[in-house]
Design a protein around this ligand. Structure first.
Ligand code: NAD
Ligand code: MG
Length: 375
């Protein structure tokens, strides 16, 4: 029996992880569940999975806890995240909250020696060097949940001493792949939220439309696989069947294919190194007929260039990229700025906040604060 703690259990990744737990009741028990604000949904999950601890980061008062759910320990705020990541007995901690908020939880879970299943890419984007350092000291392999990084990780199984020469990071291209630049700049919230292949939380869906998500994923791959950015190539693949590939020195390219369904990478991280049934059917290659690949358009999607510049600049540039984008993304979702202004805002923050350091968590929080204040 594996005990799993899920941070962000009411979200897209969290609910799919619980779906896997539901399918394998003899293999998984849920030890902790946390959410930010969707309390009714969390109550339902606690009722079904009966964790030892549950938490709402927005806070919950004792009298607000339904009577039948008082068997479990309820916590609020940061204390809830810390307990779920590090205090409650768990073999695995799935960090599936959104944004830089995930960094502290990943550090806490690693510090406590927990196996981290990483959906929250922002932790590596902002604190990659600290996270990878701590994981190495603790002898823990981070298990990626992000579909591309899971694909790369899967392709590297059995590689032995052979290092990959290059990573081919696939991208669907999002809903605006075929639009011209002017039309993209004016895109509405509804248009940005209409992803062609994946059903995900709102923030990452907007990031996929702007390709900021792919910029964040270049950074994530840089840390997970210790690969310089100039050896990570973004390949637009609109069908989202090839989830990424690695290239070796002999000219061989290994790719991982699957339906665009997050339960495959979530399940792989949960059962690694085994594979288990996830409820997802393999893609039907005959029905697909062909798969296509193209180069990303740097003019339409400036996020890719900016991400590479940030990685080359090092220091806190990636944190500024991430935090400015988090703020701009949220402002766009609230209807306060246009889609085109997201990249403009991030570019402006990067120009004004060049040269900040990120040697420790405090410096990262400071860069985060400055990037948000600028918006
Ligand atoms: P979501 O918005 O659907 O769910 C987020 C969950 O985290 C919710 O339970 C929410 O209550 C909680 N949460 C949000 N902000 C929080 C905060 N500041 N503090 C504490 N809890 C918070 O998001 P999602 O789409 O499931 O994405 C989660 C993470 O996984 C993100 O980092 C995202 O980039 C990554 N990811 C998601 C997908 C996907 O298919 N959804 C794919 C790859 C990677
Ligand atoms: Mg991804």
């Amino acid at each position: 029996m594996k005990r799993i703690a899920i941070l962000g259990s009411t979200g897209s990744i969290g609910t799919q992880a619980l779906d896997i737990c539901r399918r394998h009741p003899d293999e998984y028990t849920v030890s902790a569940l946390t959410a930010r604000s969707q309390r009714e949904k969390l109550f339902e999950q606690v009722r079904e999975f009966r964790p030892e601890m549950a938490g709402l980061t927005e806070g919950i008062r004792p009298e607000e806890i339904p009577e039948d759910l008082r068997f479990c320990r309820w916590l609020s705020g940061k204390e809830a995240l810390h307990a779920a990541a590090a205090e409650i007995g768990a073999d695995q901690v799935l960090v599936s909250i959104v944004g830089i908020a995930g960094l502290q939880s990943v550090m806490d879970a690693l510090e406590a020696g927990r196996q981290v299943l990483l959906a929250n890419k922002e932790a590596l984007v902002t604190g990659g060097h600290l996270v990878m350092d701590l994981a190495a000291r603790k002898g823990i392999t981070l298990l990626p949940v992000d579909s591309e990084h899971s694909a790369i990780f899967q392709c590297l199984q059995g590689a032995g001493p052979n290092r990959a020469e290059k990573i081919l990071l696939t991208a669907s291209g999002g809903p605006f792949r075929t639009w011209d630049k002017e039309r993209i700049a004016r895109a509405t919230r509804e248009e940005a939220l209409r992803h062609p292949n994946w059903n995900m939380g709102a923030k990452i869906t907007v990031d996929s439309a702007s390709m900021f998500n792919k910029g964040l994923e270049i950074m994530e791959a840089r840390w997970l696989f210790d690969m310089p950015e100039d050896r990570i190539e973004v390949v637009v693949h609109p069908e989202s069947i090839v989830h990424s590939a690695v290239q070796f020195r002999d000219g061989a390219v290994l790719a991982q294919l699957g339906a665009p369904d997050m339960r495959v990478p979530i399940g792989y991280a949960m059962s690694y190194p085994r594979r288990m049934e996830t409820g997802v059917a393999a893609p039907d290659l005959f029905a697909l007929g062909k798969l296509t690949f193209e180069k990303p358009d740097p003019d339409k999607f400036p996020a890719l260039r900016m991400a590479r510049e940030c990685l080359r600049a090092s220091g806190a540039a990636c944190t500024v990229f991430n935090s400015a984008n988090e703020e701009a993304n949220a402002a766009f979702l609230r209807g306060e700025i246009t889609f085109g202004q997201i990249a403009e805002r991030v570019d402006r923050a990067l120009n004004r906040l060049a040269g900040l350091k990120a040697d420790c968590l405090e410096e990262i929080w400071e860069a985060d604060r400055l990037a948000r204040r600028m918006q």
